[in-house]
Write a protein that binds this ligand. Sequence first.
Ligand code: NAD
Length: 377
Amino acid sequence: MANNLRIGVMGCGNISTTYFKLSPLFKGIQITACADINSEAAKKAAETYHVKAMEPAKLIKSKDVDIVLNLTIPDQHYAVSLAAVKAGKHVYSEKPLTLTLKDGMKLRDTAEAKGVKVCCAPDTFMGGSHQHARKTIDDGKVGKITSGTAHVMGHGMEHWHPNPDFFFKPGGGPILDMGPYYIGNLINLIGPVKRVAALTSMASPTRTISSQSRAGEVITVETPTNVHALLEFHNGATVTLSTSWDVFAHRHPNMELYGTEGALFVPDPNFFGGTVMATHKAGKPEPLPAWDHPLGKDNQEHAQGHFANYRSVGLADLAAAVDGNRDARCSLERTLHAVDVMTAALKSGAEGKFVEMKTTCTRPAFFGPDEARALMR
Ligand SMILES: NC(=O)c1ccc[n+]([C@@H]2O[C@H](COP(=O)([O-])OP(=O)(O)OC[C@H]3O[C@@H](n4cnc5c(N)ncnc54)[C@H](O)[C@@H]3O)[C@@H](O)[C@H]2O)c1
């Protein structure tokens, strides 16, 4: 690849440290500037990571920034991404791309008119485990996928996030917050969705913050916190997707896909690694044979265990796509389709009927060990 594309971080909150720390793993990108409506947050990040702090409006227009990395809260994603696109910048946004399909379509049309690329997290489907699952399907090992289940359920975000308000406002909720990981991986594994039905509810109209420093403050819940959706894919597969923050404990696995020749057990799409297992027909589930994929190797240790975390790979893939004038794996086309699916689930829950998708997409290109090594320093 030619020169590094210069990245300007917009929003120096919780997730920004992940990008500051992990982006140096990849070729073709370098964070050079940061901004935040909270100038102190930008100043602190700039000092810690040796980049230039700017005012938000200046970063968007800066000649020294090629890609705006939009790490603001969800209800700011559209406005920040649109402003950056209008200024002629490529954009990589945290998820979700936008909160409505209409906004996403406006962003797409503006990006097309300006000749810039827009991409959106998550990039976890590019991890070693999910690509191994993808290869297993593509090699026909479990036959044609005809159905499946996916579950991401827990008891909310007010226990750990310092400012959890946005999770419970329109544009938050488990489907828009956690759905992108699951739907992104289902698009990677199965392809686009045709129609969606869902039942939605909320267990409590308020949540009490227990994380520091706002412990005891009460948040009003303004969006469903329990969404059970049924997805019909264009390939004919039907998948149940349950997303909830009203569940204290459960025993459902993250994702299981059932094929005409066997079954595939896929680890948590919120992470890059984990054990993928499969059966041949009704045989015993066995882990897939070892696969040397650089984005499956554990590189982080937390209280809960070891993890593979390579967030920023989608950003590096965007830079390579700009350089090579090719499709980026976390493209607007795919992440707009995910917005379509998620907002359709909320609409279906409100209206009590199936909702047909207004968008479609292709599956992202396979990201095997060779493709991954080519992007890494
Ligand atoms: N925290 C995580 O672990 C995590 C993980 C994956 C994805 N995400 C996603 O990342 C995004 C940010 O989450 P977070 O946890 O870092 O939130 P956060 O509240 O910790 O940080 C957001 C930052 O953006 C700034 N900001 C808000 N509006 C802005 C604007 N218009 N212009 C410039 N700056 C603005 C805020 O001042 C704040 O510093 C969300 O979309 C979230 O879904 C977060």
